[in-house]
Design a binder for this molecule. Sequence first.
Ligand SMILES: [Zn+2]
Length: 282
Amino acid sequence: MKLYDHNNTLSERHIKANRQADRQVPDRMWVECPHCQKTFLAKQLTSFTSCPNCDYGFRISAHRRLEWLVDDFQEFDTDLQTTDPLNFPGYPEKITRLQAKTKLNDSVWTGEATIGAEKFALGIMDPTFIMGSLGTITGEKITRLFEYATKHQEAVVLFTASGGARMQEGIHSLMQMAKISQAIAEHAAARLLYIVVLTDPTTGGVTASFAMDGDVTLAEPHSLVGFAGRRVIEQTIHQRVPDDLQSAENILKHGFIDQIVKRQDEKHTIEWLLKVGGEQRE
Ligand SMILES: [Zn+2]
């Protein structure tokens, strides 16, 4: 049986692979890498939940990432709740369900963290919470994170993972892009460092705003990074686009990002950047 249609995007292949894996292997003992398509026993994945063959970083929760990324952390703004501004049918119930599952109040974890001697403001978007979509609380938490960092003269490290703006909050969701960008501008005006790490997938309004505002922009191997989906682009320009158009490797080639970093190297790389960034300010 053909598992993959190579005409699909990485994101679509990932979703398809997950569905097929769910059907074929009920206990998820086997996992298939959506990038290189090799199959592994789940326990063969690296301790960073990445592919041992191609280093693709599987989609993981914010709490899972915290386990290996930092030495210590303190979470911010755990009490913020969406007001469901559009009275979208079924939305409050969905939020309640996801809050219980993810232990997050919305699609981003924010707080203050340390790696070695470096203390910094940290945000991690969670792809398991409505595909990391940008809602009002996501926007408010990220804005507050930058404001805290500006006030306390700290760098910000933000891991992005998002399907884009959240349709259940409409225009209120889109407004977060400008609000966060303003907080980033104030942080930058204070000559403070902002490091972005793009993870799979980073798309839509997130790519169109704070994901591309970093002083240093890193990405995980084979992450999907783009604005519109591949199908939308092809239907608009009436042309087929290359398979790797929206891969981290392709955007690195075209100068959109600074470096691709494997998960096992992220902690050390971020620590080094924070140290160098701090020294530059002195
Ligand atoms: Zn792989």
